[in-house]
Design a protein around this ligand. Structure first.
Ligand code: ADP
Ligand code: 5GP
Length: 212
């Protein structure tokens, strides 16, 4: 995944990884779904997980749901770009899926936790790191309760983890506070669009077509 200054030398530009982390309930999935809906050339990295599907979640669309045994086999055979235990379940990003999509020129959203983001940082240099904050812990709790997907115990566990996770924001390139959804979305979209406009991300092919 290394970006060796030849990022745009070939016909096809190599996609960028947008690593997005946030405490659970901050609105990351909501923002990511809007991005995927509105921006072309962007794909979600579909993670593998041992967590059971929530109501409405689809296999291979939201996550690829697998058993602990299968997950551990995938760890042993080096199939993950990163993996972590989050809220008692295993989650991991497939190296093969990432390579395929970046080679095809797609930008990719990785909706992963702080532990996973730090593993990506060690391995990849074509990545941008974005941390999403809730406007307050009180709002975070309210959003988790309103979402209605987790029991009160799980909500409490997620809030406890949120306090620890938030301290990791300094390792990220950008911070977005998701108070008003529309404003947070515009800020997030702005990061992706401006990254695409960087000279290093414009392919030779695009320039040739401009000057012929
Ligand atoms: P995450 O993916 O970070 O766990 P979600 O995207 O599932 O969080 O959002 C948690 C809940 O908060 C959802 O019910 C969502 O509709 C709601 N939500 C997200 N962003 C906002 C916002 N800016 N204002 C109000 N509610 C929001
Ligand atoms: P949820 O179970 O609410 O969908 O996700 C719980 C947490 O796991 C979120 O913080 C999410 O970003 C994180 N997560 C999802 N997929 C991955 C992954 O592949 N790797 C890592 N490290 N974290 C992930």
């Amino acid at each position: 995944m290394a970006n060796d200054n030849k990022k745009t030398a070939g016909k096809q530009r190599l996609g960028t990884l947008f690593v997005i982390s946030a405490p659970s309930g901050a609105g990351k999935s909501t923002l990511c779904h809007q991005l995927l809906h509105k921006l072309r050339g962007l794909k979600l990295s579909v993670s593998y997980t041992t967590r059971p599907p929530r109501k409405g979640e689809r296999n291979d669309v939201d996550y690829t749901f697998i058993t602990q045994k299968k997950f551990k086999n995938m760890i042993s055979s080096g199939e993950f770009a990163e993996w972590a235990m989050v809220h008692g379940n295993l989650y991991g990003t497939s190296l093969k899926r990432l390579k395929k999509l970046t080679k095809e020129g797609y930008d990719i959203i990785l909706d992963i936790d702080v532990q996973g983001a730090m593993q990506i940082k060690k391995k990849c240099d074509n990545a941008v790191y974005i941390f999403i904050f809730p406007p307050s812990m009180r709002t975070l709790k309210q959003r988790l309760l309103n979402r209605g997907t987790d029991s009160k115990d799980i909500v409490d566990r997620r809030l406890e983890k949120a306090r620890a996770e938030i301290t990791g924001y300094k390792n990220y390139d950008y911070v977005i506070i998701n108070d008003k959804l529309e404003k947070a979305y515009k800020e997030l979209e702005g990061i992706i669009v401006s990254n695409r406009l960087k000279a290093e991300n414009i392919s030779d092919k695009q320039i040739k077509s401009l000057i012929k």
